[in-house]
Write a protein that binds this ligand. Sequence first.
Ligand code: SF4
Length: 273
Amino acid sequence: MYKINEVKVKTTLQKSKISEYCINPYLGCLNGCLYCYASFIMQRWHHKDEIWGSFVDIRINSVENLKKEIKKKDKIDVYISSMTDAYQIVEEKYKLTREILKTLSKEENALFDKKFIITIQTKGEVVLRDLDVLKNLKDITVGFTITMLDEDKRKIFEKGASETYKRLKALEILNRNKIKTYAFFGPILPGISDDYEKIYKIVKSIYETGTKEILFDKLSYFKYMKRIKDISYKLNLYNDFLKSEDKNYLNELKSKILVVMDEFNNINYKILF
Ligand code: SF4
């Protein structure tokens, strides 16, 4: 059972290290990923005793705030979202992300020289519902996180998120509609998605969607230990997961990525570790 609360927040545009601003229309995330860094950061202050993935706060005044906050700005760089998934399942009902994008689009179109640089990263196919709005934005990029093709394991690690094949399909549809896209292949999970063959298959699946950019990232194991540690024991992968901060392991992983990417030389990519 999920716990859904409607809350009000003071501001919608939050200063950020990822880009100039972030927008998090929700606090908490029903995708409930076991490796989630946001849970580690957010649960120091909020919902301390609850299980990440079992609650979400709906920031119901996000759009109202945003309308005031962007009035004075001609150009902003916004990342949606750093601490939640703006297209998690509750977005179907609340449409906060849709209204946020519509607000940015209306503001841009009302004033000729206004431009917002928007990046959305998600695991939710619900983003396709908003194709009409996305097409109206001047500079929009949509990224999908892809971590593995094995659906049984995907359900364990990212239980509330869209299935991987649906994310790949969504990327394909976005590309067909000329929306800029990228894939975030991360975290690469030791023993699950880190061997040459798996990396190759995932990259190939992304390539087949028409996506031209991939970001690779490793697992940050020690930071989020408890949940990821428990699951690594259960899956008999404890020793594999432990390696994810080891220099030699990471160098080997980078080499495998380089070998794979040699075969896809028309994709831009970046290894973030
Ligand atoms: S989608 Fe992102 S914010 Fe949501 S649980 Fe997964 S890692 Fe955390």
